[in-house]
Write a protein that binds this ligand. Structure first.
Ligand code: SF4
Length: 315
C-alpha cells in the first residue's frame, strides 16, 4: 500500500500523476490531497505503508514535507520530489537523509489520465532571475502526447512553434474553458496566435505578465492586438505585476496604473526568494509590510472581485 502526500495547498499535478501511476500498477493508494488535509491524517496512519511519496510546490512548504518524511521514515520507503525539492535538494537531504528527485521524474511525468491541469511544453526561452522555471524545467521543449486539461501550466507557450500551438488549439477546442494560468508572455504575442487561440479556445480570462516598465511598448501592442480580435481588456484581461524584486513601490504602482489605464486588471505577484522557507518574509530595499499590503490591496481586491465574476460557474 502506498501513501501520496501533497504538501502544498494548491492542486499538485505531480501527486495526481503518481497516484494514477501507482494505481495502474495495481497498488492500493491513499492520497492526502493538500497541506490542509495533512492535519486530519492521524499520526499513526503514516505506519503500514510500503512506500510514501511526498511532493511540494513551494519552498515554504518544505518544512511540512520534511516533517511528514521524518514521520514516515521509520516504517516506509520514502520518496521525495516536486518543484520545491528540486530547488532546495540540499536542504531536503540535510533534514531527512533522502536525496530528492530533481527536475521531472520520467516514471510519472507522462502518466496518462484525466487531470485538472496539464503541460504541453516545459521550460522557457528566458532566464529571469526571479523565476524558478529555468532551474526546474530548463530550456523550452514541446511535449508530444500531452493530455488536454482546462488549466494549462506551460511556462511560456507562446515561445513554442506554430505547429505546436496549432496542435494545442485543435486538441483543447473540445474543452468548456482553457486557462493559461501562469500567464502569457506579452513580449511574444503575434496576430496569428491571438486569432487562433481566440477562435479555437474558450478562454475566460487572458493572463499576461508585466514585470518591468521596459516592456511597456510590448504590453500596449499586445492589448491593441487583442482589441482587434474583439477581446476587451476590461472584460477579459488580467496582468500579473511582479513586485518587491528589483523595483520600488513607485515603480510597481506606475505599472499597475498603466495596466488600469489600458483597461485591464492588475494582479500583484509578490516576489519570494527562490529558497524561502517561510512565505512573505522578504522585503527588497524600498518595500516594507505596509507598502506591500497597500499595493496588494490596491491591485488585488478589485481584480479578485472582478475575476470571481468572470470564472464562477454560470447558473
Ligand atoms: S518569468 Fe516567465 S519568461 Fe521569465 S523565465 Fe520564468 S517563465 Fe520564462
Amino acid at each position: 500500500m502506498a501513501l501520496v502526500i501533497n504538501c502544498s495547498e494548491d492542486y499538485n499535478l505531480a501527486t495526481a500523476k503518481i497516484t494514477a501511476w501507482l494505481k495502474r500498477r495495481g497498488h492500493t493508494v491513499k492520497k492526502i490531497p493538500n497541506k490542509g488535509a495533512i492535519a486530519h491524517n492521524p499520526k499513526e496512519s503514516a505506519n503500514g505503508y510500503d512506500a510514501v511519496f511526498l511532493s511540494a510546490l513551494y519552498t515554504w512548504d518544505l518544512p511540512t514535507l520534511v516533517e511528514e518524511a521524518l514521520r514516515a521514515l521509520p516504517c516506509s520507503k520514502v520518496e521525495i520530489g516536486g518543484p520545491a525539492a528540486s530547488i532546495m535538494p540540499d536542504y531536503v537531504f540535510e533534514q531527512t537523509g533522502i536525496k530528492p528527485v530533481i527536475g521531472l521524474d520520467n516514471r510519472f511525468d507522462s502518466e496518462p489520465g484525466r487531470y485538472l491541469s496539464t503541460y504541453t511544453s516545459r521550460g522557457c526561452i528566458r532566464n529571469c532571475e526571479f523565476c524558478s522555471v529555468p532551474a526546474i524545467e530548463g530550456e523550452l521543449r514541446e511535449l508530444a502526447g500531452f493530455v488536454p486539461a482546462s488549466y494549462v501550466l506551460d511556462a511560456n507557450i507562446l515561445a513554442c512553434s506554430r505547429e505546436h500551438i496549432e496542435s494545442v488549439c485543435e486538441k483543447f477546442s473540445c474543452l468548456s474553458m482553457v486557462d493559461f494560468l501562469h500567464g502569457l508572455d506579452a513580449r511574444l504575442v503575434k496576430s496569428w496566435q491571438v486569432e487562433l487561440l481566440s477562435k479555437k479556445l474558450k478562454i475566460p480570462v487572458w493572463r499576461f505578465t508585466f514585470d518591468s516598465l521596459r516592456h511597456e511598448a510590448q504590453l500596449k501592442h499586445t492589448i491593441d492586438l487583442l482589441r482587434e480580435y474583439g477581446i476587451k481588456p476590461q472584460e477579459k484581461i488580467i496582468i500579473y505585476c511582479l513586485c518587491g524584486f528589483d523595483d520600488t513601490p513607485a515603480d510597481a504602482n506606475e505599472r499597475a496604473r498603466l495596466i488600469m489605464s489600458l483597461g485591464a486588471h492588475p494582479y500583484a505577484m509578490r516576489f519570494q526568494p527562490l529558497d524561502a522557507l517561510v512565505k512573505d518574509q522578504y522585503f527588497s530595499p524600498g518595500w516594507n509590510a505596509k507598502t506591500m499590503r497597500e499595493f496588494w490591496d490596491f491591485c488585488n481586491i478589485p481584480t479578485l472581485a472582478w475575476l470571481y465574476q468572470q470564472i464562477r460557474p454560470k447558473r
